[in-house]
Design a protein around this ligand. Structure first.
Ligand code: GTP
Ligand code: MG
Length: 304
């Protein structure tokens, strides 16, 4: 069998479980996951290595209606992932109450003219059993050639089977390649510094409510690895309004302490040793509507 390698983009609604899928398949925490929609902001890449194939998974932000500022960036990022992938996976979540949102995902992958398949996620939600059957039948009728896999993050024993099945299907959709596209020893091209900023953002998402998580960004100021026993990380939590600052800091610093402790625990797992973490909160007025500030925070469309 000839070797195959290529980019496979996950396209789905916000909260569909795309990042969960990526982490499960890569068997590492590459992409952050929260119960809030619009968690992923920039494309996140992870590799799945098979015997005769390397699948480069691309986790995109959930598909949104076009907007401005950060939302426009998220939409463009999802569209670019569609364009730049060799094949696509439509991620259809059973907890989506508005069926037309799932139809939109299907329309987008069909329109791309790329090879594609479907992963139906959250199949553990038993009150959605009727939806699972209906969606399966509809897909079989409309797209008889398309493979439909099912996924639940509650599975324990079955992950290996799912992973193998995924590799078999995805390998058939990516092009032949003389060699892997990335070093097969790696699981992601992202640096530990980049992953660290995302871990801190995840803890902010988990600890804060309402619009706050959507209006903050995390920037690593300094990442010191000179001492092999301890990594020192200095980061800014960037908020969009002066009034958000005291909420993030919390009463007597309790909120920022909570975020910092949770982040440090995960960062220590990531780097494999002790982490010193220093978090500051800074205000950049309405950064998510300001092209220049967005660019400064790394939310800039990569032209390739
Ligand atoms: N019940 C159930 N929940 C799941 C499953 N997969 C993911 N979730 C949960 O769904 C929520 C969203 O998961 P994510 O992986 O962050 O979803 P996403 O598609 O990456 O979301 P965005 O980045 O916002 O576009 C999290 O709370 C997950 O724990 C599943 O199979 N079953
Ligand atoms: Mg995500």
């Amino acid at each position: 069998m000839n070797y195959r390698a290529g980019f496979l983009g996950f396209i789905g609604q916000p909260n569909a479980g795309k990042s969960t899928l990526l982490n499960t398949l890569v068997e590492e925490k590459v992409s952050i996951v929260t119960d809030k929609p619009q968690t992923t902001r920039r494309r996140v890449i992870g590799f799945v290595q098979g015997e005769n194939a390397q699948i480069v998974l691309v986790d995109a932000p959930g598909v949104l209606k076009a907007g401005k500022g950060l939302n426009a960036f998220l939409q463009k990022e999802a569209e670019d992932v569609i364009q730049q992938s060799d094949a696509l996976c439509a991620v259809l979540n059973l907890d989506e109450d508005n069926k037309s949102h799932l139809d939109r995902i299907l329309e987008m992958v069909v329109q791309s003219k790329k090879p594609w398949f479907v992963i139906m996620t959250k199949v553990d939600l038993i009150d959605k059993v009727h939806r699972r059957e209906r969606l399966r039948n509809e897909l079989r009728e409309k797209y008889p050639q398309i493979t439909v896999l099912e996924f639940s993050n509650t599975w324990t024993g079955d992950m290996k089977t799912f992973r193998n099945e995924f590799l078999r299907i995805a390998s058939g959709l990516v092009p032949e390649s003389p060699a892997p596209l990335y070093d097969p020893e790696l699981f992601t091209p992202h640096t530990v510094r980049e992953l660290s900023a995302e871990v801190i953002r995840e803890k902010c998402f988990e600890s804060l409510s309402q619009e706050l998580p959507y209006q903050l960004a995390v920037r690593i100021k300094n990442f010191e690895e000179t001492d092999p026993t301890i990594t020192r990380i200095f980061a800014d939590i960037v908020v969009s309004k002066e009034s958000h600052k005291p909420i993030i800091i919390g009463k007597a610093g309790s909120m920022i302490k909570k975020i910092g402790m949770a982040a440090r625990k995960d960062l220590e797992k990531l780097v494999g040793h002790q982490v010193f973490l220093n978090l500051d909160v800074i205000v950049r007025e309405d950064w998510f509507e300001n092209g220049r500030l967005m660019k400064e925070l790394g939310y800039v469309v990569v032209e390739e």
